[in-house]
Design a protein around this ligand. Structure first.
Ligand code: FES
Ligand SMILES: [Fe+2]
Length: 333
């Protein structure tokens, strides 16, 4: 997999990378090892230049990694700093990827390092702005192509069928989504003045509801979801949610999610309840469904399978078109 190299991908939540342990993750088909040196996170290719042993199986000491096979040692710059078999020459360096810690997350750039501008990471400052007691982060490894996960968020009508006890109430099916497109952005908005609220929202029905998905290329989505009882606008509840997908291989992805809310900011009991609801939806309902879809599709391109199309697919089709354009520009095809 060589596309989407020239963009930032979330590779981990910052909290997943402890000071004294390495984290191995595959991104765009390449094996990467993450570790910290005095708190600063780095990403190196997880493949020793000698006989290609995974460095992530080696030892991390004082911010340097020793290969478990024949003992080469590398600094966080990727330079070899110790070779028990000869000189630690420059050609023994291992590739280092630009890495930025921002919005509670670690973002990696797999393309030309000179073009890595952290300014192009989407603004997700709502994550830092939310207190820890009102924040629910999750990571899920999914055996499916990242675009199937993107489709899943951009077409939220699935919530009415797959998540009827938490996120679905029929609202996303009954309401026609409004779509707005910009260069590397697609916004899909469902809004209604009077609807049944999904159970997890804990809003009395009938309710004024909104769900707005803001897609940033290639696969970062901010979902605003909330509402209030029609009779009580002051009882408004609102949430901002990140759904961020990173391609691992052609048929697997990293799925990061973060829920933040504007209410019950210090309510640990409610946080635990909502965490349970969300993790059940993502990991027990979404993940097996998207993985089953992947198995049915194999690696055949979606369009060549001639899928039936509904009005609710419009947002996902816009996103897929924009991605196809980006990939074509990158690969020159
Ligand atoms: S494979 Fe790493 S030192 Fe030999
Ligand atoms: Fe879902």
């Amino acid at each position: 997999m060589h596309c989407l190299r020239n963009c930032w991908h979330q590779i981990a939540w910052a909290e997943e990378l402890a000071e004294d342990a390495m984290l191995a993750r595959t991104v765009l088909g390449e094996d990467v090892v993450l570790f910290r040196n005095e708190g600063v996170a780095s990403a190196l290719r997880d493949r020793c230049p000698h006989r290609f042993a995974p460095l992530s199986l080696g030892k991390l000491e004082a911010g340097q990694v020793t290969c478990p096979y024949h003992g080469l040692r590398f600094a966080d710059t990727g330079m070899c700093v110790h070779n028990p078999h000869g000189a630690a020459v420059a050609s023994l360096a291992v590739q280092r990827y630009p890495l930025v810690e921002r919005h509670d997350a670690l973002w990696i750039w797999m393309g030309d390092a000179g073009a890595a501008d952290p300014g192009s990471i989407p603004d997700l400052s709502f994550i830092e702005a939310c207190p820890e007691t009102a924040k629910i982060r999750s990571y899920t490894a999914v055996d499916a192509h990242y675009e199937l996960l993107t489709d899943n968020i951009v077409d939220l009508s699935h919530a009415d069928y797959l998540h009827p006890t938490s996120l679905g109430s029929g609202f996303n099916t009954r309401t026609k989504a409004r779509i707005t497109e910009a260069e590397d952005r697609v916004v899909v908005a469902w809004e209604s003045d009077s609807e049944d609220a999904p159970p997890a929202f804990q809003i009395a029905s009938p309710a004024k509801l909104w769900t707005i998905v803001d897609w940033f290329a290639p696969a970062v989505m901010v979902v605003r979801a909330g509402g209030h009882p029609v009779a009580d606008p002051a009882a408004m509840l609102d949430t901002l949610n990140l759904h961020s997908m990173t391609p691992a291989t052609e048929t697997s992805s990293h799925y990061f999610a973060c829920n933040t809310r504007s209410f019950k900011l210090e309510d640990a009991g409610f946080n635990a309840f909502l965490r349970g609801q969300l993790l059940h939806a993502f990991q027990v309902e979404d993940k097996p469904m998207v993985e089953a879809v992947q198995r049915r599709m194999g690696t055949t391109d979606l369009w060549s399978l001639r899928p039936a199309m509904f009005p609710s697919d419009r947002g996902a089709v816009c996103v897929r078109r924009r991605l196809a354009k980006m990939i074509a520009a990158e690969t020159g095809s």
